[in-house]
Design a protein around this ligand. Structure first.
Ligand SMILES: [Zn+2]
Length: 439
C-alpha cells in the first residue's frame, strides 16, 4: 500500500467480480473524531472509471451539457461554443432533426464543435435512462458531412455501473450517505427500504455500519454524468442487529418490477408503507369517535393528517388499483385505491393527480399518485390519509401490515443464483478494515 500523504484518498486495486466489473476502490477519510472510542468513519466508493470514449481532434472540442428549463436550440448551441446557421437551418427543416426543437430540460446534449464554431456532430439524448427499459434511452444524432447533414434517431448505447459505498454512521443516515457521496435519491430509497425493519430516527446508534450497493446508468460515448437508478443491496449493522435487503426481479421478465428481500430470501417488504409521504410528521392522529371532554359532542377523525408543503409528492402506500380519482365534497381532490384482502386507502385534499391517473389503473407501492394540497375542507396544505379494512376505518399508524407474498421454491432457486454474488460482495465491504490500513 502506498504512503498516503494526507489520509484522504487512497487507491487500492480491487478483486474484480465477474458480474460486477469494478475497477478501483477509493477511500475518503472524513473529519477527525471527537469521541475517542468511536471507530473512525471511512467511506469506500467503488466504481468503474468513467472514462469517456469521446475524443476530439486537436482543432475541435467535445462538450456535454444538460438542457436547461426553457432553453432554445440557439442558446444551447451558444453554450456548446457553436455558431452554426447551417446546422440551425437543418434542425428546423429536417423531419428527423426537428426533434431537437422540442428540447426537454434535464436531458443531455453532447457535441463536437470545430474552431470556427461549426457543429461536426451533435447527440441529443431525449429518452429517459431507465434501469428496466434501457432501450427507451433514445437519442437523436445529427452529423455533418462537409456541407450536408444527416439525422438519425435511435436507442443510445447505455452502460450500467455498480457502485458500492460503506460508511460508519455517527450522526444521521443522511449525513453519512452525503459524506460518502451517495446520491440523494439512493439515500432516500435506502431509508425507505430500511423503514420496514427499523425506526431510523429513534433506533439508529452511533457507530452503526451501513453498506450500499446501487446501480447507475450512463449514456455511453457521452460526457454526461451517470444517473443513479436503483438500490441493489443494503446492509445495516446497528446495535448488534443486522438489517439487510437485496433487490430481486421476482417476475424474471426484466420489466423492473422487483422487490426487496432479506439475504436469505425471506420477504422484507411490508404490504403497505406506513407513511404515503416521504419525510413528514403526523399533525393529527386517528380517533374513532369518542365524546369530546369539553364540547360534549362526538368527534371522530377517521384518518391521519400528515403535515407537508403543498406540492409534496404523495405515494401509493401499497400495490393496488385506482378505484376513484376526482373531486368529492369535503375531501376535495381525492384518490381511493383498492388493495388485496379487502383493504382500501384514501388520499384527500390533493392539489392534483400524477400524470393521467384514471380509475382502473394499476399502481405499485411507492408510485407517485398525486400532490399535497388544500382542496376541499382543509385549512392548510396537508394529506388526509385513511385506511379501511372491509370498509371499516382503522388507524394506519398502528394497524399490523402483512408481509408481501413469500418466494416460491422455484423463485428461491432463481433468487440464490441471481443475488448470491452481490450478497457475498456487500459483506466484504469493510469500512473498519480499510480504516486500519491507514494507521
Ligand atoms: Zn384529516
Amino acid at each position: 500500500m502506498p504512503r498516503i500523504p494526507d489520509r484522504r484518498i487512497n487507491k487500492v486495486a480491487a478483486a474484480v467480480g465477474t458480474a460486477l466489473a469494478l475497477a478501483a476502490v477509493t477511500a475518503f477519510g472524513v473529519a477527525p473524531l471527537r469521541e475517542a472510542e468511536l471507530p473512525p468513519p471511512e467511506t469506500i466508493v467503488e466504481s468503474l472509471e468513467l472514462k469517456p470514449e469521446v475524443t476530439a481532434t486537436p482543432d475541435t472540442f467535445v462538450q456535454s451539457e444538460r438542457v436547461r428549463r426553457g432553453e432554445t436550440v440557439a442558446s444551447l448551441l451558444e453554450r456548446l461554443g457553436a455558431a452554426d446557421a447551417q446546422f440551425l437551418k437543418f434542425a428546423a427543416n429536417d423531419p428527423v432533426a426537428r426533434r431537437l426543437l422540442q428540447l426537454q430540460s434535464g436531458r443531455s446534449v453532447t457535441a463536437e464543435v470545430d474552431a470556427s464554431g461549426r457543429v461536426l456532430w451533435l447527440q441529443y439524448r431525449h429518452g429517459k435512462l431507465n434501469a428496466s427499459e434501457p432501450e427507451k434511452a433514445t437519442r437523436l444524432t445529427i452529423r455533418r458531412d462537409d456541407e450536408r447533414f444527416e439525422a438519425v434517431d435511435e436507442p443510445a448505447p447505455v452502460e450500467r455501473h455498480v457502485e458500492m459505498a460503506a460508511m460508519v454512521i455517527n450522526s444521521s443516515l443522511f449525513a453519512a450517505t452525503d459524506a460518502a457521496g451517495v446520491p440523494e435519491s439512493i439515500a432516500a430509497k435506502v431509508a425507505d427500504i430500511l423503514d420496514a425493519e427499523i425506526d431510523l430516527r429513534r433506533d439508529l446508534r452511533r457507530g452503526a455500519q451501513l453498506r450500499i450497493v446501487y446501480e447507475t446508468l450512463r449514456e455511453a460515448d457521452s460526457l454526461s454524468a451517470p444517473e443513479a437508478t436503483r438500490v441493489l443491496a443494503v446492509q445495516l449493522r446497528n446495535a448488534g442487529k443486522r438489517h439487510e435487503a437485496v433487490w430481486f426481479d421476482r417476475g424474471g421478465d426484466g420489466n423492473g418490477e422487483g422487490e426487496y428481500f432479506r439475504f436469505d430470501g425471506s420477504s422484507l417488504r411490508k404490504a403497505f408503507l406506513r407513511n404515503p409521504l416521504e419525510f413528514s410528521r403526523v399533525s393529527s392522529g386517528f380517533s374513532n369517535g369518542r365524546m369530546h371532554p369539553l364540547h360534549g359532542n362526538m368527534r371522530a377523525h377517521k384518518g391521519v393528517d400528515f403535515a407537508a408543503p403543498a406540492g409534496a409528492p404523495v405515494r401509493a402506500s401499497g400495490d393496488g388499483v385506482v378505484e376513484f380519482v376526482g373531486k368529492q365534497r369535503g375531501y376535495g381532490n381525492v384518490i381511493v385505491l383498492r388493495h388485496r384482502d379487502g383493504i382500501s386507502t384514501l388520499y384527500a385534499h390533493l392539489r392534483g393527480f400524477a400524470g393521467t391517473l384514471v380509475a382502473g389503473d394499476k399502481v405499485q407501492q411507492g408510485e407517485l399518485i398525486g400532490f399535497v394540497g388544500s382542496t376541499g375542507w382543509a385549512t392548510g396544505p396537508h394529506l388526509h390519509y385513511e385506511f379501511m379494512v372491509d370498509g371499516k376505518h382503522v388507524d394506519p399508524m398502528t394497524v399490523a401490515f402483512g408481509e408481501s407474498e413469500p418466494l416460491s421454491l422455484l423463485e428461491r432457486a432463481r433468487f440464490r443464483a441471481g443475488t448470491g454474488e452481490l450478497v457475498a460482495r456487500i459483506g466484504q465491504l469493510d469500512p473498519l478494515r480499510l480504516a486500519a490500513n491507514f494507521e
